[in-house]
Ligand binder design. Structure first.
Ligand code: NAD
Ligand code: UDP
Length: 338
């Protein structure tokens, strides 16, 4: 990274020289790094704010040479003063294994982080985006999930720090919009995968791809009949930027995901076949409160944003496999990840 890295850890409210620019919290994580890249390519000035709990400098190292990119090492739990006109609030570990490592920090990140970013948006008159999640639907009793479904979430379990934190963040967005007129956008993001996922992330796509490429056992939790719908990261980022760039976009939550639904067993078989792996498949216990099925109804995003995913699952998996292959063989493909 270059010399424009600033640490705010000991200076809780530091103003940065005024200019028109976008703040991306969680910008050195998986989705955030792709978003920073797309915003820079579209001519925005980008400030990436991250505490590096699951993100890595290497995800944005290829952006550091740009005079329009800067990085701030800080925690969204602390208030921050930055001159920005657009805020993308993505800070939060997304993988169950990662967000359950420090559940109280996860909850604080979701709730206090959202409140701090909303205060910043209110002070600056900035439009603000919240990375919400399909987890607000919990172990859904309605399938596929529409935005009007209120969900089935356990508030007293290992996933609650994330699910309830994200639900509370949505409530804060609602109240800042209705009380103070803050210009909000919320995406309920369904399982997203692609290059720059951390190999230690713990989510199913990165686990299966890394296991297959190293001929290690593929770990299916439970019997593998649970379903998920997987969205390639470029499609998600297009949805996020469409939601933020349109003045007429909904201020209510919008599902973003790929409706192509797979059982976990089908995903394992597909990854084995695409990699030509010799990995055996093994079964491990299903984690507590693991949702049974997930598929987004994306009719709202189609009609309001003219958005739909374009990358077919096999194409996305092939690109992701190529990325992890390069990581495992020591050839860095981060810059050309998309
Ligand atoms: P990630 O773990 O790769 O990235 C999260 C980033 O946030 C990391 O860079 C991390 O260091 C940073 N971060 C975490 N806590 C922070 C804090 N307190 N202060 C500052 N930075 C902090 O995860 P991701 O997959 O890129 O997810 C990005 C966002 O999208 C998250 O908010 C997540 O909840 C949401 N989301 C992702 C998915 C998905 O499938 N990828 C699905 C639903 C929602
Ligand atoms: N899963 C699995 N093996 C793994 C990782 C995950 O079978 O190595 C399962 C997990 O139990 C869940 C699904 O795959 O049913 C998706 O898990 P992930 O952690 O990717 O995301 P979630 O949607 O549960 O947040």
């Amino acid at each position: 990274m270059d010399g424009r890295v600033t640490s705010l850890a000991s200076r809780k409210s530091t103003a940065i020289a005024p200019s028109r620019r976008a703040l991306v919290t969680g910008g050195s994580g998986f989705v955030g790094s792709h978003l920073c890249e797309k915003l820079l390519a579209a001519g925005h000035e980008v400030v990436c704010l991250d505490n590096l709990v699951t993100g890595h400098r290497s995800n944005v190292a290829h952006l550091a040479a740009s005079p329009h990119f800067s990085m701030v090492i800080a925690d969204v739990v602390d208030p921050v003063a930055l001159d920005v006109d657009t805020i993308f609030n993505l800070a939060c570990p997304a993988s169950p294994i990662q967000y359950q490592k420090s559940p109280i920090d996860t909850l604080k990140t979701n709730v206090m982080g959202a409140a701090n970013m909303l205060e910043l948006a209110r002070n600056k008159g900035a439009r603000i985006f919240q990375a919400s999640t399909s987890e607000v639907y919990g172990d859904a009793l309605v399938h596929p999930q529409k935005e009007t479904y209120w969900g089935n979430v356990n508030s007293f379990g290992p996933r609650a720090c994330y699910d309830e934190g994200k639900r509370c963040a949505e409530t804060l967005f609602y109240d800042y919009h209705h009380r103070f007129g803050v210009d909000i956008r919320i995406a309920r993001i369904f399982n997203t995968y692609g290059p720059r996922m951390n190999r230690e992330d713990g989510r199913v796509v990165s686990n299966f791809v890394v296991q297959a490429l190293t001929n290690e056992p593929i770990t299916i939790y439970g019997d593998g009949s649970q379903t998920r719908s997987f969205c390639y990261v470029d499609d998600l980022v297009s949805g996020i930027t469409a939601l933020m760039s349109r003045d007429d976009a909904p201020t209510s939550p919008v599902n973003l995901g790929n409706p192509a639904e797979f059982t976990v067993r089908e995903l394992a078989d597909l990854v084995v076949s695409l990699t030509g792996s010799r990995s055996p498949i093994i079964h491990l216990p299903l984690p507590l409160d693991d949702p049974r099925q997930r598929r987004p109804d994306i009719s709202l995003a189609r009609s309001c944003l003219d958005w739909a995913p374009r990358v077919q699952p096999i194409e996305g998996l092939v690109r992701t496999i190529a990325y992890f292959d390069s990581v495992l063989s020591g050839t860095d493909l981060k810059e050309t990840a998309s």
